[in-house]
Design a protein around this ligand. Structure first.
Ligand code: PLP
Length: 288
């Protein structure tokens, strides 16, 4: 933070930062698995594109950011980590209300790897509920800029808990499935994969599923998916940097794949983790 490496407990931002006051920030999260970053280039591409679209300026270039992320992991000593890079609007020395006067702030941190689904949920599949909450529309907030506009997702999560589920999917403005708190969703129907195309963050894990499908000859497409399509699917899984490919075996109380993790989901999940040692998809962390 602000050019220094700090202990997590010492890393603090100003209460006047627009990132806090207005969610005026963009960020990205990459993970390290067994001492290697997974698809770091794709995360840096998405982060730098978001910073530019929000008309923010970073004090570091791409290579310097990659080095800072490496150093955060190396200093933490973690072999598997969840690594976040953030650019906030920052604040203005004169308390100006004009965002052009703010001094943007870059923050990065590494913490232990975390997952949307816990061990038990990964084995038996997640129980998901569809909330009728509508994801903030792309004409309000461009979903390709990874952002902290999460009040809709958090409301969805509370709705899901009220319905006895473990996590949520929320809708787009046409009533189709959008995404969940920190993940994209896929369905498998008659051997083909589909994922929502509209109003979602283009996840790096989602992209990785497309890449693996292309390698093994499975068809995968981004299309509109209704709540009925989801419940009628042969298999359902969610994707996130926080956990990878995670099976879903219940949607709104309806069993998917007879309540068992489907064969396509399992195959993709295995291949996803195998890719983590492949130098074409991962980069070694340099530890001291
Ligand atoms: N959708 C939202 C809203 C997210 O915040 C995230 C990740 O945090 C995702 C989808 C999944 O993206 P990725 O696979 O790049 O982690």
């Amino acid at each position: 933070m602000d050019g220094q490496y700090l202990r997590m407990s010492e890393a603090k931002i100003s209460v006047l930062d627009w990132g806090l006051l207005h969610s005026d920030a963009t960020y990205d999260t990459v993970h390290v698995w067994n001492r290697r970053f997974f698809r770091l280039d794709l995360h840096l591409d998405r982060f730098l594109a978001g910073v530019e679209r929000l008309r923010m300026k970073l004090p570091y270039d791409r290579e310097q950011i990659a080095l800072i992320l490496n150093n955060c992991v190396a200093l933490s000593g973690l072999e598997s980590a969840y690594v976040e890079m953030i650019c906030t609007r920052g604040s203005s020395p004169t308390f100006s209300r004009d965002p052009r006067n703010a001094e943007n702030r870059f923050i990065a941190f590494a913490v232990a790897f975390g997952s949307v689904a816990n061990k038990e949920q990964l084995q038996r599949g997640l129980h998901v509920a569809i909330s009728d909450t509508v994801r903030i529309p792309p004409r309000s907030i461009d979903p390709t800029i990874k952002n902290y506009h999460w009040l809709d997702l958090v409301k969805g999560l509370f709705d899901a808990y009220d319905m006895g589920a473990e996590t949520a999917l929320i809708l787009d403005s046409n009533g189709n499935i959008a995404e969940g708190p920190g993940f994209n969703v896929f369905i498998v129907k008659r051997g083909s994969l589909k994922t929502p195309r509209f109003g979602v963050l283009p996840g790096v894990t989602r992209r990785t599923v497309f890449d693996i499908c292309a390698e093994i000859g499975l068809s995968a497409a981004a299309v509109h998916i209704s709540p009925a399509d989801l419940k009628d699917a042969d298999e359902v899984f969610i994707t996130s940097t926080a956990g990878g490919i995670m099976p879903v075996t219940r949607v709104d109380g309806t069993q998917i794949a007879h309540g068992r993790v489907g064969a396509v989901t399992q195959r993709l999940k295995d291949l996803y983790w195998q890719k983590h040692d492949d130098p074409a998809w991962s980069t070694a962390v340099v530890y001291p």
